[in-house]
Design a protein around this ligand. Structure first.
Ligand code: SF4
Length: 252
């Protein structure tokens, strides 16, 4: 009999969409978004809605530990039990530590599916206890993004989705919303429905630009000129909120 179960997306993605998962005879048959998370409001990306049942039950899913039995790259493995896998890892770790000391072990992991066990809690305790090398494990994608953000805006968080819902105008600057900001798209639609304006700054006529009130198709690399021009025009019109800037803006 099919059951509808409440769940949350376990992928390494900050959106944390709430899900309703249909399970029949112990197998996931359907995954769709649910209303439980008011920010994601039933919208989920297609890789999860279309591919997740296969990700869990597909033929390539690893269901037990495999030990390589041929040269690297040959792709030959044999199935072993979890006890055998644990013993093997313990033996290899111990050999390496005996020969070179604990710092010869360096964890090269990140959060994987987010959660208390994977997201820098129990895994870090384990490696610290071992005396392993400590590595800054920020992911390539997120680490680069965070540096770019901090370098541009300073030490502030992004705009809250709940604040966006209060806006009269949203400027989408260098953000291909339709493909990489799934949950912003309905916010823009609601803004348009209540008579607000959407401005898109992007060299390409991306999908969200087609629906915008104004699309500024800059030449790549000239964003900074537009930013300075906007700042100069706001200053000329006396439109800056000087109190806010004095309190909240670094480097002003
Ligand atoms: S956008 Fe996709 S990957 Fe991210 S939390 Fe939602 S369903 Fe998961």
């Amino acid at each position: 009999m099919a059951q509808q179960l409440a769940s949350v997306c376990p992928l390494d993605c900050p959106d944390t969409c709430s899900l309703t998962v249909t399970v029949e005879d112990g197998k996931i048959t359907k995954v769709r978004g649910s209303e439980a998370n008011p920010l994601t409001k039933s919208a989920i990306c297609s890789k999860v809605s279309k591919l997740y049942p296969d990700f869990v039950h597909g033929s390539n899913r690893l269901t037990q530990p495999l030990r390589r039995i041929g040269p690297k790259g040959e792709g030959k493995f044999e199935a072993i039990s979890w006890d055998q896998a644990m013993d093997l890892i313990h033996e290899k770790f111990q050999d390496a530590i005996d020969k070179y000391g604990p710092e010869t072990i360096m964890p090269l992991n990140y959060a994987g599916p987010h959660g208390m066990l994977a997201g820098g809690s129990m895994d870090l305790r384990f490696f610290h206890q071992l005396g392993a090398t400590v590595l800054s494990r920020r992911p390539l994608c997120g680490g680069i993004k965070s540096e770019a953000w901090a370098g541009t805006f300073g030490a502030i968080a992004g705009v809250q989705m709940t604040d966006l819902e209060q806006s009269d105008m949203i400027v989408v600057w260098g953000n291909n919303v339709s493909y990489s900001n799934l949950h912003l798209a309905p916010v823009l639609q609601r803004l348009r429905d209540r008579g607000g304006k959407v401005v898109v700054v992007d060299p390409k006529r991306i999908k969200v630009a087609e629906q915008a009130d104004l699309h500024l198709a800059l030449r790549p690399g000239t964003d900074i000129v537009l930013a300075f021009a906007l700042a100069a025009e706001l200053e000329r019109r006396g439109a800056f909120d000087t109190d806010f800037i004095a309190r909240m803006v670094e480097g002003a």
